[in-house]
Write a protein that binds this ligand. Sequence first.
Ligand code: FAD
Ligand code: UDP
Length: 373
Amino acid sequence: MKYDYLIVGAGLFGAVCARELTDAGKKCLVVDKRAHIGGNVYTEAIEGIQVHKYGAHIFHTNLADVWKYVQRFATFNRFTNSPVANYHGELYSLPFNMYTFNKMWGVVTPEEAAQKIEEQRKAAGITNPKNLEEQAISLVGTDIYEKLIKGYTEKQWGRPCTELPAFIIKRLPVRLTFDNNYFNALYQGIPVGGYTKMVAKMLQGIDVHLHCDYLGMKEELDAKADHVIYTGPIDAYFHYDLGPLEYRSVRFETEVLDKPNFQGNAAVNYTDRETPWTRIIEHKWFEFGKDADGKDLPKTVISREYSSEWKVGDEPYYPVNDDKNGKLYKAYRNMADREKKVTFGGRLGEYKYYDMDQVIHAALNCVKGLLGK
Ligand code: FAD
Ligand code: UDP
């Protein structure tokens, strides 16, 4: 069987490309080395709860066209992400907003909060932030940096905050309003019935082979199609010839508990350095109608996330987008540009800290490019 496109990876990038190319009349084969579709957004039901197997995934976007696009494949609930930070048992609201500032400093008005941040920024002597630590202090001051950012970030990235790029902390909003919504997004929610159902709908009618490692049978698979879309790690494609890029990996420890309510919220971040996990997810709170009184569901499912340095053979989750890796990625990118029959895409193929909406947006553009539109 000859295909127009071989798509490596049944995650969001691969699934959107497959859908769009198929709808444009192209014949696609999707392969994934995992046992399931969905890539990192994969969810599966445990005790009647959709469990986010590769970490909490909350869909949020300002891109109206992407929001409209995903509605074709799922109904989204009105979940709004409002994580709680636990610093040695002290609880703070996230992202950084008036509830956080009130709890931290006792300030009541936005002016008092702004003044406190300005005082701490000035005392630290930061004018032009050059790394994550300086950026964080200049955004929220030293107290919040010390209690809510430093420990969490160093656990998450395994590097001191002074060696991390400033942009990572800019993902988080800072607001002088009483608003615990973690995202500055016009649209937000979780697909009812889980992400796997949504991706299955994207892949409807398309040939998918699971347990299929492209790099292990490249020649055979390449022969099946005119063009390849590769969404695996770019350095793995080139046998790590220039040395491996750095990634962070995550280990998830999932437990079913015989109680209806463990932490009263979908996400609790442990922001001290001593607690070994970064966060605990209680999956039932992503869904509605799974109430705390246990009438709906007497059990709950939680996952602790442990961050670790990636090594060849582990699952890569987060690209480490610092200068050193940026340079190495560029060198791989040059090699990739010479592969005329292959398009590299997605979080691993482009080595980019992409959110889901950005991945979908990039995949839609990629297909337009391939179809010459
Ligand atoms: P992936 O989902 O990684 O898919 C790539 C696929 O390629 C995988 O299934 C893999 O098995 C397959 N593959 C790789 N190599 C091979 C090979 N050699 N042969 C065959 N198959 C191969 N985004 C948000 O918008 N909101 C969130 O709340 C959010 N939370 C996140 C939490 C965590 C812990 C992580 C890690 C990411 C989170 N993201 C979130 C980002 C989101 O997961 C990604 O943007 C998105 O899933 C990337 O899709 P992708 O298709 O590029 O990659
Ligand atoms: N962060 C933090 N404390 C928190 C949550 C996040 O310091 O309680 C920092 C940390 O460096 C993290 C970054 O903000 O990597 C971005 O957070 P986000 O929640 O976007 O990370 P992700 O969901 O991608 O893991």
